[in-house]
Design a protein around this ligand. Structure first.
Ligand code: FAD
Length: 413
């Protein structure tokens, strides 16, 4: 399996270097100049090439028989995801992008056969796009128990009313459905009230209220959306996983999503570091190149340490996910979500600083990287929440540990 991983890694790197990196500057300019909806024809062209070459669905370990894909484990896919992170739109070329990939993972693991046929199969073929709709404008959604979107019953249908935001993919022509988290059982204990339900985007009562960009980064082909659901009816067979177990269902997709986001962020931060060094080599101030300044060299060294730490921690999480499942890898995944988002943000920020004013413009990918890294400290759970989780788990360990560690202290009384 290792040799298959190396072979795919090598081919993806070559694809990135030969067919994606050379297109980036031109595409970036086109996106800046475009008005209205913009999706470059090149993207679909590259998707066809990747699919034809078998570089497709790289991040799904347990694909059904006959489905296109490489079946790399999470640990094997992680370095590939890092390479895809060099360019923000590259994961889509290989059908490995969020939120579609984690939704595929979720449907693979929890979907019924009928759901797999109707909702998963076209995604594996790259024919439709989907979203994950949990966060709501009216409640603090970092505490998922606050999610209020109502899902009531009417015969063999669910009726859904509420508002969601940060819904991706809404601008795509083939945007097919959202996986939505809402309240089906308001009288159950707080952790058993929510369920995950598939909602087609063409259902009557489903409306995109507005679309917006993140921190002004103009990714014209992937803005976020706020959506309103007004008595949207879906068959009860659209329930994903068990009723009242919406958080467990979300966790299945979030574990994978967090590892992939981390590896892609490390890939982007590696590019930022390369750009930092090249820029510092070519600029002179007060008689010598910026690269010779101690401060800049210290930033380079710190960035290398932080990125290698981030990578090793994330590979360990991917290994734990493969071996122990999402529950077993929970602590590790909280650690990487915090450590990687904070480290990559620092690296991108240093790169931008070294670029001076040019870093603030849209001419380099650095503003995009910085916006991404900054947003990553919030999405998939804000840093503070992961620290809270980690502290709680440490306290649970402490309660189980009856070793007299305090006996190590000298008693001066
Ligand atoms: C680019 C991007 C993409 C996203 N994609 C999706 C998506 O696909 N699907 C989706 O459903 N959502 C998505 N989100 C939304 C994201 O997951 C939420 O914004 C996030 O979970 C935080 O929820 P909130 O915005 O309601 O913040 P709130 O819950 O209001 O929290 C705001 C802040 O309060 C502080 N805080 C809260 N609780 C604590 C605590 N216990 N201790 C200390 N401080 C605390 C933290 O600083 C936190 O950032 C996305 C967001 C972004 C920016």
């Amino acid at each position: 399996m290792q040799s298959q991983q190396s072979e795919i890694q090598r081919r993806v790197e070559r694809f990135m270097k030969e067919r994606i990196l050379p297109q980036c500057a031109a595409l970036h300019r086109q996106a800046q100049e475009a008005t209205g909806e913009y999706r470059p024809a090149l993207l679909d062209d590259l998707r066809e090439q990747a699919r034809a070459e078998g570089l497709w669905n790289l991040g799904l370990p347990e694909l059904p028989e006959g489905a296109p894909g490489t079946r790399l484990s999470n640990l094997e896919f992680a370095p590939v995801a890092e390479t895809l992170g060099w360019v923000h739109w590259a994961p889509e070329v290989f059908n490995c992008h969020a939120p579609d990939l984690p939704n595929m993972e979720m449907l693979q693991k929890l979907g019924t056969e009928a759901q797999k046929e109707r909702w998963l199969k076209p995604m594996l073929e790259g024919k439709v796009a989907s979203s994950f709709a949990m966060t709501e404008p009216d409640v603090a959604s970092s505490d998922a128990r606050n999610i209020a979107c109502s899902i009531t019953e009417d015969g063999d249908h669910f009726v859904i009313t509420g508002r969601k935001w940060f819904v991706g993919n809404s601008n795509l022509r083939n945007w097919d459905y959202v996986v939505l988290i809402g309240v089906t059982d308001p009288d159950a204990p707080r952790t058993d009230q929510h369920s995950a339900v598939i909602v087609p985007t063409d259902a009557p009562g489903f409306e995109v209220v507005r679309q917006y960009n993140i921190l002004g980064a103009r990714r014209r082909w992937s803005p976020q959306a706020e959506v309103k659901l007004d008595r949207v009816r879906v068959p009860k067979t659209n329930l994903v996983g068990e009723r009242g177990k919406g958080f467990a269902a979300a966790q299945v997709r979030l574990a994978t999503a967090r590892i992939h986001h981390c590896m892609r962020s490390i890939g982007a931060a590696e590019v930022a570091l390369k750009l930092l060094i090249r820029r510092a080599e070519t600029r002179n101030t007060f008689g010598k190149p910026v690269i010779e300044r101690d401060k800049v060299r210290e930033w380079i060294a710190l960035s290398r340490i932080e990125l290698n730490q981030a990578r090793l921690l994330t590979l360990d999480s991917a290994d734990q996910l493969d071996r122990l499942g999402d529950r077993g890898a929970r602590r590790s995944i909280s650690m990487i979500k915090y450590a990687v988002s904070e480290s990559c943000f620092k690296v991108a920020d240093r790169a931008l600083q070294v670029f001076g004013g040019a870093g603030m413009m849209e001419d380099t990918p650095l503003a995009d990287f910085l916006a991404d890294m900054r947003a990553f400290r919030i999405y998939d759970g804000p840093s503070e929440i992961h620290l809270q989780t980690l502290a709680r788990l440490e306290m649970q360990d402490r309660e189980r540990d009856d070793t007299d560690w305090l006996g190590l202290l000298v008693d001066s009384r």
